[in-house]
Write a protein that binds this ligand. Structure first.
Ligand SMILES: *Cc1c(COP(=O)(O)O)cnc(C)c1O
Length: 404
């Protein structure tokens, strides 16, 4: 099995942790493309089915390639246990199935991923679990939102798209005091930039679809925890409800993890370069990037993250028309709502990712028609900047002409 040691640095963990070798002595991880596993005897089958003896039974329960990914991600997050799932949303589904029942309440930061909002407000609500949406960066609102029935706090930090940041440690204290679990969606930062378990969170939630793959190929998700009982409950929910990760996808994610530390640092450096350029651009009215000293989440991010991430958002002078013009003027950057890819992506949240919520809700989240989100990729930053300049430079010239 794995010879991972906790004293390895993160780059080494990313390459080595969780790997095991079969008798074939392969160097790279094998893909176990099998739905079931055979037993030595009827007694062996009975022992493995009962759980009295460890061993693979069926790939909805365990699969060696998926387990290698789980072990590597657990080591990277500094956690004991991990369950891999078919997507990020199915990780959130398993979390809910394992920890909530009718009558419970969930405190959710208002700025979480769109499908997460719909899951809590439209689907889970039908099963008698009530969500309370809380502004992420408002500590008093979190205090007020907690009720005796609140079993789970669910946050994403930094938030999408305005990069608000919450103090994970302070929230974990609140969670413990009210006997709720704290779950942190760590998609934006990955364990390279932020380790929520070490800050007191009970559960780390991942969409492996984003930076863990990093090249836009596969859907996957994961939950990482330290508590054995919580792990057992999550694992039972997964193996029974069924949204398991496919072995092929686990293999792609294992490969993705090998370069995660390198990629995350490049994403941060490139985003910082693009942010610096945008900050000085006359057509940009407002810039959201936690790496800027002027961003309200800057100090907290500097304390609990080891980098400011690859995602930024900005408001263009002139509303939706100009925002769309900037997006349409790009020739290299991909117009897509996905993020965490080696390719830079650009999106207009108000008309895409956040179009299904009301204008008032959008306004409360700081999302207006001028806002553009960019997930800065691994291309040379000068090429990304040149592509954004195609749409932004003419707007700057126009507005100067108006003033004159
Ligand atoms: C994409 C995403 C999810 C959902 O993950 P899927 O793999 O698309 O199901 C959850 N949280 C965040 C922050 C995301 O960006």
């Amino acid at each position: 099995m794995t010879r991972a040691t906790p004293c390895w640095e993160i780059e080494t963990q990313a390459v080595r942790a969780g790997q095991f070798r079969t008798d074939e002595c392969e160097h790279s991880d094998p893909i176990f493309a099998t739905s079931s596993f055979v037993f030595e005897s009827a007694a062996d089958a009975a022992a493995k089915f009962s759980g009295n003896q460890p061993g693979n039974v069926y790939s909805r329960f365990t699969n060696p390639t998926v387990r290698a990914f789980e072990q590597r991600l657990a080591v990277l997050e500094g956690g004991q246990y991990c369950v891999a799932t078919a997507s990020g949303m199915s990780a959130i589904l398993c979390l809910a199935l394992a920890t909530l029942k009718a009558g419970d309440r969930v405190a959710v930061s208002a700025s979480v991923f769109g499908s997460t909002v719909s899951f809590f407000s439209k689907i889970l609500a039908r099963f008698g679990v009530t969500p309370d949406f809380v502004p992420l960066a408002d500590p008093d609102a979190w205090q007020r939102a907690m009720t005796p029935r609140t079993r789970l706090i669910f946050v994403e930090t930094p938030s999408n798209p305005t990069c608000d940041v919450v103090d994970i440690e302070a929230l974990s204290v609140l969670a413990r005091r009210t006997q709720a679990l704290l779950a942190v969606d760590n998609v934006y930062c990955t364990p390279v930039l932020q380790k929520p378990l070490s800050l007191g969170a009970d559960v780390v939630v991942h969409s492996a679809t984003k930076y863990l793959d990093g090249q836009g190929r596969c859907m996957g998700g994961a939950l990482v925890v330290n508590d054995k009982e919580l792990f057992d409950n999550l694992f039972n929910a997964l193996r029974t409800a069924g949204p398991a990760m496919s072995p092929f996808n686990a293999w792609v994610f294992l490969k993705g993890l090998e370069t995660l530390p390198l990629r995350m640092r490049a994403h941060c450096d490139h985003a910082a370069a693009v942010a610096q350029w945008l900050a000085a651009h006359p057509a940009v009215e407002r810039l959201y990037y936690p790496g800027l000293a002027t961003h309200p989440g800057h100090e907290r991010a500097a304390q609990q993250q080891t980098g400011f991430g690859g995602i930024l958002a900005f408001e263009v002078r002139g509303g939706r028309e100009n925002a769309w013009q900037v997006i349409d003027a790009t020739r290299m950057v991909s117009i897509t709502a996905n993020l965490g890819d080696s390719k830079t992506t650009i999106t207009h949240p108000a008309s895409t990712t956040h179009s299904r919520i009301s204008a008032e809700e959008r306004a409360a989240m700081g999302i207006n028609e001028s806002l553009i989100r960019v997930s800065v990729g691994l291309e040379n930053p000068s090429d990304i900047i040149a592509d954004l300049a195609r749409g932004l430079d003419p707007i700057a010239t126009e507005s100067r002409a108006c003033v004159a």
